[in-house]
Design a protein around this ligand. Structure first.
Ligand code: FAD
Length: 597
């Protein structure tokens, strides 16, 4: 039976953990970003006034009247920050507070806005409504361009692309009709968490597939689920968890759509698995001429292998049938060790053990000579009911603070390695597989991305060449002084045949999370060391991941993906007008001369 995943309750297991989901005080008082309701604003005001009164009295009587001046910056900042968020709830900028300067009418009108005017339940340019149930973070619906069209950007905010218009089909028939009844370039977006313009092309018709999000059929007994492509992993988790089942392969975070995840051929931290294609039974694909076609390893195999991992080069995934596995309780085992010992450690303790479910090894910057192996093993023990699905929060101020302090504060990396992580890992961690696969990208979101942004990169090398690539990678980071937060190593088995397979044999994936400035000079610098890393991966017999910034030269792209030419030949046949586009294909694909639009 079909169910609309997008309309159910949020992915937090309906927990009544009221306090956990409330706004943390730091968010309420100190940031100007986001939205708060009338009642939250009233509570914040009472809190500010009472705290000020208590602190003022205490300071006055203990340190003297002069010391109370210290409190005023805090008072004004918290009053300003909470009022800004309240105005955002009314879709007004914080600058409206300047209305207080207009005698009499200004303060009265502001008081009306801040305390009495109700915010709308709809998303606005300042974020989602605080009255809406908490959900996994989503990207915007596109921002109107100053003159014409819409700006599509991704989570890094580095790749604004102006498309001509946006359509949001809710049924496969709608989508097929749009494609068949239009001409010209089309770009396809899912969650829009890829980081290099893979979801847009200038002047294209952008198809936002997030409303194509239904579960079509589900067999708990045979352990498979058939879904529309715009559904997110968190929606599937919510659907299958009551049957004690889990998604077999997905990314670490649950915000992504199935269509986007299949299109990049994602992987997670699973042991003995690898690219998501290993869990796909079959697909239904819409071709650029409006034809719908079924594809699997045995039926229309070239469409199957030219679609998964191929970034909407030849068609749009509308449905996918995916394997499920049993949901199990997992328990954390971690250990720090020298990098040179990791390969042997992995071979002896992790590889080939069916009870090892999730594994990654974090390399510590700036030396990258020590790793912490983090493995979740299936256990026969039990886990509390509130550890079935990840509880969500409005914001993650503690994560944000840690991110900032590790990168920016003195001795941040040292404190992370020697104090913060050892303390965090003291606590036993036992929870369900779905919980461990349910992280929200919001926890990585910095306060602002205007001057600096956080970006991912990823490289794959054959298992035996772990040490060789690690040393090359560390040298490049050190030489270019790259601000790396973490390199997370994962393991993947061989891809069965995607035309853009990144795992042509058993590999380790090196997932790099780093910080960069957003200006043009820094972008140029990043392109230089990124290309060096790609060369290093190629020299170690490996490859690099395509959903991130497309800095690779055409020559590097073709060396990393030798079957791209087969894909391009298929594209020329199925998409002769070069309708399906995005930044990748605009950069690396040249349509045959006679068929260009
Ligand atoms: C914080 C973060 C963590 C990440 N962690 C991981 C990880 O652990 N493992 C991993 O493998 N990747 C990871 N990624 C990368 C992520 O898997 C990709 O960016 C993925 O594409 C995101 O899915 P999406 O729905 O946002 O896709 P989008 O970014 O919307 O789309 C990606 C590509 O898929 C195409 N596409 C989207 N929908 C369809 C469709 N229905 N049919 C055909 N093509 C389609 C788009 O045109 C685009 O080319 C991470 C990214 C971020 C930002």
């Amino acid at each position: 039976m079909a169910t609309d995943a997008g309309l159910s309750s949020p992915c937090n297991n309906g927990t009544t953990d009221w306090f956990r989901n409330q706004l943390p005080v730091t968010y309420l008082l100190f940031t100007t970003r986001g939205r708060i309701t009338r009642s939250e604003y009233a509570h914040a005001t009472v809190l500010i006034v009472c705290t000020f009164y208590v602190l003022y009295t205490a300071l006055y009587h203990t340190a003297g009247a002069w010391s109370t001046w210290l409190l005023y910056p805090l008072l004004y900042w918290s009053a300003w920050a909470s009022a800004c968020k309240r105005l955002h709830d009314l879709n007004r900028s914080g600058w409206w507070l300047l209305a207080a300067l207009v005698p009499l009418f200004g303060p009265l009108y502001l008081a009306f806005l801040l305390f009495l005017r109700r915010g709308r339940r709809l998303d606005n340019r300042f974020g989602s409504s605080p009255l809406a149930p908490i959900d996994y973070r989503k990207n915007d619906d596109g921002i109107p361009h100053a003159t014409e069209g819409w700006v599509i950007n991704d989570v890094t905010q580095l790749n604004p692309i102006t498309v001509a218009r946006i359509e949001r089909p809710e049924t496969v028939e709608d989508l097929a009709r749009i494609v068949a009844s239009t001409q010209g370039p089309i770009s396809v977006g899912g969650g829009r968490f890829s980081m290099g313009g893979q979801t847009a092309s200038p002047g294209s018709l952008h198809l936002d597939l997030r409303k194509l999000n239904r579960v079509i059929s589900f067999s708990p007994v045979e352990k498979w689920i058939r879904v529309q492509a715009g559904i997110r992993w968190c929606d599937i988790q919510r659907h299958v968890d009551p049957h004690n089942l889990s998604v077999k392969i997905m990314q670490t975070y649950a915000n992504f759509t199935v269509g986007g995840a299949l299109s990049v051929n994602c992987h997670g931290r699973y042991v003995g698995l690898g690219p998501v294609i290993l869990s796909v039974r079959n697909l239904r694909v819409l071709l650029p001429d409006g034809t719908l076609i079924n594809a699997s390893r045995t039926e229309n195999a070239e469409i199957f292998f030219g679609t998964i991992g191929c970034y909407a080069a030849i068609g749009i995934i509308v449905e996918a049938e995916l394997d499920l596995v049993d949901n199990v309780v997992v328990s954390l085992v971690q250990r720090k060790l020298p990098r040179r010992d990791y390969l042997a450690f992995f071979g002896e303790n992790i590889r080939g053990r069916p009870e090892a479910i999730f594994h990654n090894a974090d390399m510590y910057p700036p030396e990258f000579t020590r790793v912490r192996s983090v493995t979740y093993f299936a256990t026969s023990g039990s886990a509390p009911a509130d550890k079935r699905l990840m509880p969500l929060r409005q914001s993650y101020p503690a994560h944000r603070y840690l991110l900032w302090s590790v990168m920016e504060a003195p001795f941040g990396a040292w404190r992370r390695e020697h104090i913060i992580e050892p303390l965090l890992y003291l606590r036993p961690q036992v929870h369900w597989r779905n919980y461990e696969a349910g992280y929200d990208i919001m926890e990585l979101e910095p306060a602002s991305r205007s001057k600096n942004t956080w970006v991912l990169l990823e490289y794959f090398v054959p298992v035996g060449r772990f040490e060789e690539f690690s040393a090359r990678m560390a040298g490049i980071f050190q030489r270019h002084r790259v601000k790396v937060l973490n390199v997370s190593v994962r393991h993947a088995m061989t891809d069965p045949g995607s035309y853009l397979a990144w795992a042509r044999e058993e590999v380790f994936a090196f997932v790099v999370y780093y910080k960069q400035k957003t200006d043009a000079v820094e972008r140029g610098r990043v392109a230089v060391w990124t290309r060096e890393l790609i060369d290093a991966a190629l020299a170690s017999g490996g490859s690099y991941y395509l959903p991130y910034q497309p800095h690779a030269t055409a020559e590097q792209f073709h060396r990393a993906y030798p079957d791209a030419r087969k894909l391009f030949a298929l594209k020329a046949r199925l998409d002769p007008q070069f309708r399906l586009r995005n930044v990748l294909w605009d950069k690396y694909y040249s349509p045959p001369a006679t068929t260009s639009p």
